[in-house]
Design a protein around this ligand. Structure first.
Ligand code: IVH
Length: 681
């Protein structure tokens, strides 16, 4: 008996150590030691052991990074030690003034050289991480510096944040501060995906990171792949084994398993600080994350103590900022882009200005409201901003430079592509062209249909699509499949080989699974995830069309699919042109259905395994038995009375004593929407 209990335990602990070491090498040291496939296999083995016996789940198991149910909100926590901000210096004169003041409070001769540490100022979001006995117990945002929001479940998903420190003998508590960030490449991928789904774009990586950290669902956070650089260490006062300088603290943090920015430098004097600042002015453009300056810190921690703090910032540190990447330019014209869904995006075109290493001459204005907000007039001088990889934007207008009697700029009333009347619905930010045969909408629809996540047709880029539409060769998605090699050859920059390949790629694309075809149709609100869920529930276009037009409640019964999507499907399937498109695709050989032998998507562990629910009151749309069936199908249990073992209480209208009992026991209470969110994970 003892061998059967200790064996899995020993194996689980071995797997944990191996996996954590591999993840540290990969995410922190950037020096992989294990192949992905091996990692995946060992991870699965650990997951199976833990599923079979949940008592094997340790706090630092890599499986605990992704878990966690969506939260209903965040609680506020008071920081053990306040998170201060930094004073800024914008030029070397201000830097020298700061240093002069520092020498004065330390009672040193003017001109004394004190060693300092130069670090990059990472343009992310500050986090405070608390470890007890070496284990991550709490992570909080900065908030107002005194109180932040508790976002531990989200921070656990950040691969470069250790769940357990690599320390033989950790102190009872310690706190680490650092910066969470989204690397530029990841940011671009997130925005591309949002654009494909027709969602609002994040303005920059820092906003994307802040928004992600406040996501209620840790799964979303995990998918966004945040990173974290540690830069401050707080140890208990009486802890004798701590570092004596900031430089040693950074080393200490590395040893403990944190990722420390590799570009810190020990700087002997102010001259070296200035050289460091100059060096990174250019150097930062090669980095794959945003920095807006350097932070200079007195190296000796004892000296830091004697220098102390002002009201809001340490005297022993300063942020030396690079000038904002803003420049004035002259507005030349307002143009409009028409997106795949007909949304009109106003774009400012202006005289080219060099910004963040590139020449910029266009910037999005987002929507009509933004135009009004900026109060843009013809010939205005505008201020444009671009930092790193970030989308250029118009920050403000300089009205004092406005030409006399300049005309206020507004969105046009008609579509710049097809001339039809534009529509703006009540309460919507977007102005749209609703003419389904508008060439701009058609081009967008074609680009979407052939894109990687949809039908994935190689060799059909935007330029070619433009030619096909402009010459009237393609008037719908179906027309793509009627193109022949000879015709394609007659187009610009199209050889016979590429034409042949394209015809073959198109023919091949007819075999793509049903969910990709559905996604490719570009129905409003039907992104990749929803398309998959819908394709699974409705194995053919005919089934989906019937449900969409006759029994919308069958659509909203699908996990994760709400009324807005049902309505959009209903509209789409009731439109004549769309019905014709489906018929044409079928005639061309598309099945528009799940293949018989199509393997279902491998289903992960049921999301609610091991969780117990109590239902109370009347839910807005689900009956008691429907809710119970959904919970059970997702691996959860439903019981009738609330106890300490209850994971969640799902409460509807007129909930009674079960709700008050849940509140008194501190058990999370969900409404129907929260429950649905748990089910779709
Ligand atoms: S030290 C009291 N070091 O800048 C010490 N901060 O403007 C303050 N930041 O809230 C923090 N990189 O979010 C420090 N290497 C770095 C930093 C850094 C970015 C952020 C941090 C802080 C803000 C202050």
């Amino acid at each position: 008996m003892s061998s059967t209990t200790s064996e899995p335990q020993a194996r689980a602990s071995e797997l944990r150590a191996l996996l954590n070491q591999a993840a540290h090498a990969y995410y922190v040291l950037d020096a992989p030691v294990m192949e992905d496939s091996v990692y995946d296999r060992l991870y699965r083995e650990l997951l199976e052991l833990e599923n079979a016996d949940p008592s094997l789940i340790a706090v630092d198991s890599p499986t605990q990074r992704v878990g966690g149910a969506p939260a209903a909100g965040f609680s506020s926590v008071r920081h053990r030690i306040g998170l201060l901000s930094l004073d800024n210096a914008f030029n070397t004169t201000e830097l020298e003034a700061w240093y002069g003041r520092l020498l004065k409070v330390l009672d040193r001769e003017p001109g004394t050289a004190l060693p300092m540490v130069g670090e990059l100022k990472i343009d992310g979001n500050a986090l405070a991480l608390s470890y007890e006995n070496g284990v991550l117990v709490r992570a909080a945002t900065r908030g107002d510096g005194e109180q932040g929001e508790e976002i531990t479940a989200n921070v656990r998903t950040i691969a470069s944040v250790p769940l357990r420190l690599q320390l033989e003998n950790p102190p009872a508590w310690l706190e680490v501060r650092g910066e969470a960030l989204i690397p530029d490449g990841t940011f671009a991928a997130i925005n591309n995906e949002r654009q494909a789904r027709g969602e609002a774009l994040f303005a920059n990586p820092r906003n994307a990171c802040a928004g992600t950290l406040r996501q209620l669902d840790p799964k979303v956070v995990a998918a966004r792949k945040l990173d974290f650089f540690a830069y401050t260490l707080h140890l208990p006062q009486d802890w004798s084994e701590g570092p004596a300088s900031q430089w040693d603290a950074l080393e200490w943090l590395k040893q403990a398993g944190f990722k420390v920015n590799p570009n810190a430098a020990l700087l002997p004097d102010l001259e070296a600080v200035e050289a460091f600042f100059e060096h990174w002015d250019d150097g930062r453009r090669q980095l794959n994350y945003a920095t807006d300056g350097v932070v200079v810190k007195l190296n000796d921690l004892k000296l830091q103590d004697s220098a102390g703090f002002t009201q809001k910032a340490p005297r022993w540190a300063i942020a030396l900022k690079y000038p904002a990447e803003e420049a004035p330019s002259k507005l030349l014209r307002l143009s409009c882009q028409v997106g795949r869904t007909g949304v009109i995006t106003p774009v400012a075109e202006f005289e080219p200005v060099p910004l963040a290493g590139t020449s910029v001459s266009r910037a999005t204005l987002h929507n009509a409201d933004r135009l009004v907000e900026l109060d843009l007039h013809a010939g205005d001088t505008i201020v444009v901003r671009k930092a790193g990889e970030i989308i250029p934007e118009v920050v403000r207008v300089l009205p004092e430079l406005r030409p006399a009697a300049a005309k206020r700029l507004e969105l046009p009333h008609t579509c710049p592509e097809c001339g039809s009347e534009l529509v703006r619905e009540e309460g919507e930010a977007a102005t749209r062209c609703v003419n389904s045969s508008c060439p701009a909408i058609l081009r967008g629809a074609l680009r979407h249909w052939v894109s990687k996540s949809a039908l994935d047709v190689d060799g059909l880029g935007s330029k070619l699509i433009e030619q096909l539409v402009d010459r009237g060769l393609v008037g719908s998605i179906a027309d793509l499949y009627r193109l022949d090699g000879a015709l394609l050859c007659s187009l610009e920059r199209m050889g016979s080989k590429s034409a042949e390949n394209l015809v073959a790629a198109l023919a091949q694309s007819k075999q793509q699974p049903w969910h990709r075809q559905l996604y490719g149709l570009g129905i409003h609100h039907v992104g990749e995830v929803n398309a998959k869920a819908l394709a699974k529930a409705f194995p053919s276009a005919a089934d989906l069309a019937t449900a969409a037009t006759e029994t919308p409640e069958a659509i909203t019964a699908v996990y994760g699919i709400g009324g807005e999507i049902a309505q959009s499907l209903q509209q789409w399937f009731s439109t004549g042109a769309n019905q014709e498109l489906l018929m044409a695709l079928e005639r061309l050989g598309f099945s528009l259905a799940s293949a018989e032998e199509e393997q279902p998507e491998p289903s992960g562990p049921a999301p609610l395994t091991g969780q117990t629910f109590v239902l109370t009151g009347t839910l807005p749309s689900l009956s008691r038995s429907q809710a119970q069936a959904l919970i059970e199908a997702a691996g959860g249990k439903v019981t009738s009375s609330v106890s300490k073992k209850t994971s969640y209480v799902v409460a509807g209208e007129e909930a009674g004593s079960k709700l008050s009992k849940a509140e008194s026991l501190g058990i999370p209470v969900l409404d129907e929407a929260n429950l649905q969110a748990l089910l779709v994970r």
